[in-house]
Design a protein. Sequence first.
Length: 347
Amino acid sequence: MKTDTSPLPLSDFDFDFPEELVAAAPAEPRDSARLLSMERSSGALRHLHFRDLASCLNPGDCLVLNETKVLSCRLVGRKTTGGRAELLLVAQIEPGLWSALASGLKPGMRLDFPGGAAALVEDLSPEGEYLCRFNRLDIGSYLAEHGHAPLPPYILKRKRPPDPADRTRYQTVYARETGSIAAPTAGLHFTPKLLEELAASGVRVARVTLHVGRGTFRPITSLDARGHAMLPEHYRMSAEDAQVVSQARREGGRVIAVGTTSTRTLESLARRPEGFGPGEGWTNLYICPGHDFRIVTSLITNFHLPKSTPLLLAAAFIGRERLLAAYQEAFRQRYRLYSYGDAMGIF
């Protein structure tokens, strides 16, 4: 399929949304979240709950889950002046040295955190990340005890203070390998019981790992959205899981990506010279309207912020007009939005 290179105005993916619909906390239980189900071929909508997911699936279909685990990488401490300091650790450069997102810092500042941890701000990178050197090499065990869940700013700044329960709820029930600085939020709605029920009904499950980095939520700044570049993120899929997907495809089952990160992993694997199969590496695949989907035939995702890369991926899957019309219907029906919000399924 020929790549579409026509202009893609970023302004076409802007919209107003009711501020009060931004979810401040997750649904409880997880699968009580609502599910806006869309038929991909016709655009027909159904209003369901996530616990009703089995009614959207067929025996032989294959769900693909991203089993990355979120690092509790948000630290709150104090500057030597007494002012508040907050870091979102993005990546480890070397033992003890991390790049971090923050505001109001300067190279040379010392930051103190609970439990005796401290960091020296060494530099500010061209990408706007601070290089912070900690007084301990193994920061992982410290974060496990003192770190906070890296909730999005629109929850932290507009909605409510952090809750210790976020460390559990901003995590899928099937998360295994720590490495993400944001949750693959489409998976937050699954419960162990729901996964068992789906398996009992004949739905296959395959797993991938894509560690969500800054690239997933990095803003698009170019007026032509095609000019955006994703930052690389590490992914992996085992031979066993790739075989589950391949068998489902051979037998006529749908490949249902749970989330945009699972989608990008599958589509990245399909674009290698050897074609789809197991693999591990780094991907900066940017999916926007005009993308030729080679593996994914259905998508479960949350509602996304205007002009964001996950929104453009969803628009690539069903078309901009149909997606934005579905969003307007979701607003009318008072669906809860964004990371802790409700889900949308495109089947």
